[in-house]
Design a binder for this molecule. Structure first.
Ligand code: ASP
Length: 353
């Protein structure tokens, strides 16, 4: 099992405005340069040393770190499971949760946790940085400090944010709508198909009508995820043998098909026949668009008209990150095909319209 360090408490205030748990997984935010000049993860002590202001926010902070902080390109399902378990185990004690995470797979992790944490009613905010906190021009301090403020913010005594989000570059996004779109500039994340939830300037301006409202629902933890899936991204020249290998792969139960534009695919007989063959063999095929904005609309063009008929499901405006994690979740949660399909076709955490 993935090792975590013991929880550390920095309880500094008698009358804190909030109790927040930080889960430190690694990422650039906490990295420093090694002897070869490459960025490698460091411990959380380094982070707090560089952001002392985090201790001045009238927030009682507690931290749980991965025993070995990781670059987020190393994230696997057991990391998601541990993050979700930590939140579930400490849900009552804390007002909100911050997950310090590398940016590379942050949108996958945020999507996965949104599905694992059913009935969430407290803020779970992923953040990280493009430059290590040790670097003078780092974006890490702002991202961390404002995430802490958002996670502590309440309205009439109730949390304002009640879902899994990503906060980056003064922008709060719904986690399962976000994508990493930039590896150099500070505005690393975008959400084309759902509006920004808040903007941080002199004040934090929430877009109230887009926030998931608070409810009395009870938190349920669903960590069973089945990773037997694959992404098939179309490109002109994709050949039949490659598609056949993917469709016939015995371990593949679900295929996220990244098609063109509004869900268009080549109408070659071999291609449609292979999709049909996969569906007849009991495989799920979920069609999403390669575009960051817009949606799949089967039948808008002739080139997607056949897909409904052969049983390809429309993924609407799901991101790749949300589609893959939702498919793993649906395959892990349900045994029978009609429940799996119903789950994929229905918005369950605000991930699709
Ligand atoms: N490779 C890093 C990671 O995802 C990049 C980052 O944190 O921005 O862990």
């Amino acid at each position: 099992m993935l090792e975590l360090k013991d929880i550390e408490h920095f309880d500094l205030f008698d009358d804190p405005k909030a109790n927040i748990l930080i889960i430190y997984t690694g990422g650039t935010l906490g990295m420093d340069y090694d002897e070869n000049g490459a960025l490698a993860p460091c411990g959380f002590e380094q982070v707090l040393k560089r952001a002392p202001v985090a201790k001045e926010l009238r927030i009682n902070l507690s931290v749980i770190s991965f025993e070995v902080p990781i670059d987020s390109s190393q994230v696997e399902l057991n990391h998601w499971k541990r993050m979700a378990e930590v939140i579930y185990e400490h849900y009552v004690e804390f007002d909100g949760f911050i997950i310090l995470h590398g940016t590379d797979t942050m949108a996958y992790s945020a999507s996965a946790l949104s599905f694992m944490l059913e009935g969430l009613n407290k803020p779970v905010i992923f953040t990280g940085a493009q430059l290590p906190i040790a670097s003078p021009r780092s974006d890490a301090r702002e991202n961390l400090v404002t995430s802490l403020e958002i996670a502590s913010d309440k309205n009439d005594g109730l949390p304002i944010i009640t879902e899994v989000c990503i906060f980056f570059n003064n922008t709060l996004l719904r986690g399962n709508r976000a994508k990493k779109v930039e590896s150099e500039r500070f505005d690393a994340f975008e959400s084309e198909n759902y509006p920004t939830l808040a903007k941080a300037g002199i004040t934090i301006d929430y877009e109230w009508s887009y926030l998931k409202p608070y409810s009395q629902s009870e938190l349920k933890l669903n960590t069973a995820m089945d990773p037997s899936i694959v992404i098939l991204k179309l490109f002109p020249g994709l050949n039949a043998t490659t598609v056949e290998c993917i469709i016939n792969a015995p371990l593949v139960k679900g295929i996220v098909l990244e098609s063109y534009g509004a869900g268009n695919v080549p109408n070659d007989i071999w291609f449609i026949d292979l999709l049909k063959k996969g569906i007849t063999a009991g495989k799920l095929i979920l069609n999403i668009s390669q575009c960051n904005g817009g949606r799949v609309l089967h039948g808008k063009y002739q080139t997607s008209g056949v897909l409904d008929k052969i049983g390809v499901m429309s993924g609407g405006d799901l991101t790749t990150e949300a589609a893959t994690t939702k498919m793993m979740y649906a395959l892990g949660m349900f045994d029978n095909m009609s429940d799996i399909k119903k789950c994929l076709a229905t918005p369950i955490r605000g991930e699709m319209n």
